[in-house]
Design a protein around this ligand. Structure first.
Ligand code: ZN
Length: 278
């Protein structure tokens, strides 16, 4: 992984078209380094398009990841569980053809179970999914995201612990962690999170292979309400950029602010100026 790359959650707003190929071109023009392809409302991309996406991204040197559909709950049974697993597998399959190295997943909901029971269940399902990926020769990492509501699986501890499943790594959504606790909004607290990643996964497997989501965020005592642009929120992105710099992390940082590329560029600019003065 070549340093720390910044990019957008989906096609930048200023792209000419709203398809992924236009998005990758625009990411490149803007001087950004990566893009997350959003399958959040379903995996609608076909294999031929995915192949084109892969070629264009490779040509321009843009790194890709994919975000699996929102409607996933691995802490479920029957039809819901079967469909959830299918959505993850389809995301992985098309993502793999696109040349993406990671699939980001909202793993599920507690729905009355204890956190411990949900953990066991989700772990079991992830192991099965990864066996399936392996048997199909799909080399792609499943990234379980830190979530913004306590009814969801995805606390910092859960997301780090679940990496005990081989083939699973975290997606650290700093804005969700802030929204759910009201904390995690200073250099010291961001450093605490990165320190936890390092303790759990080390330099090679952790800090040198980060996948991060960030945006401004509105929240209540129940957690996340909606994403905002940085300047309309209390999110301390400057100190986050400083922590990225101090820990010398590598990987991908995806902006999920409503203005996508503007906040990606804003964060990158902060980070670049801090790196230069290091
Ligand atoms: Zn997400």
């Amino acid at each position: 992984m070549e340093g720390l790359l910044f990019g957008t959650a989906g096609t930048p707003i200023s792209a000419k078209g709203n398809d992924s190929i236009s998005g990758i071109g625009r990411v490149n023009e803007l001087g950004l380094g990566c893009m997350e392809i959003e399958f959040v409302r379903g995996v609608k991309m076909g294999e031929r398009t995915a192949q084109r996406v892969s070629e264009v991204a490779a040509q321009l040197g843009i790194k890709l990841s994919v975000h699996a559909p929102y409607y996933i709950n691995l802490n479920a049974e029957g039809e819901t569980l079967a469909r959830s697993k299918e959505r993850i597998l389809n995301s992985a399959k098309i993502g793999h053809i696109c040349g993406a190295k990671s699939v980001v997943i909202h793993a599920g909901f507690l729905q009355g179970s204890t956190r411990q029971a949900a953990y066991g269940k989700i772990k079991k399902e992830l192991i099965e999914i990864i066996e399936k990926l392996k048997s199909e020769g799909l080399d792609i990492t499943l990234r379980i995201e830190t979530m913004g509501r306590s009814s969801q699986f995805g606390s910092l501890d859960e997301v780090l612990d679940i990496t005990e499943v081989e083939g699973v790594l975290p997606c650290i959504d700093f804005s969700h962690l802030h929204a759910i606790t009201g904390k995690y909004n200073s250099h010291e607290e961001f450093a605490f999170i990165l320190g936890r990643v390092e303790d759990k996964l080390g330099r090679d497997g952790g800090l040198d292979d980060m996948h991060i989501h960030v945006s401004g965020i509105e929240y209540s005592d129940k957690g996340e309400k909606r994403h905002l642009v940085f300047e309309e929120s209390d999110f301390n992105y400057r100190e986050l950029a400083q922590a990225f710099c101090d820990f010398d992390i590598k990987g991908m940082v995806i902006s999920e602010s409503p203005n996508l590329e503007d906040d990606a560029l804003k964060l990158k600019k902060e980070y670049d100026s801090m790196s230069k003065n290091k």
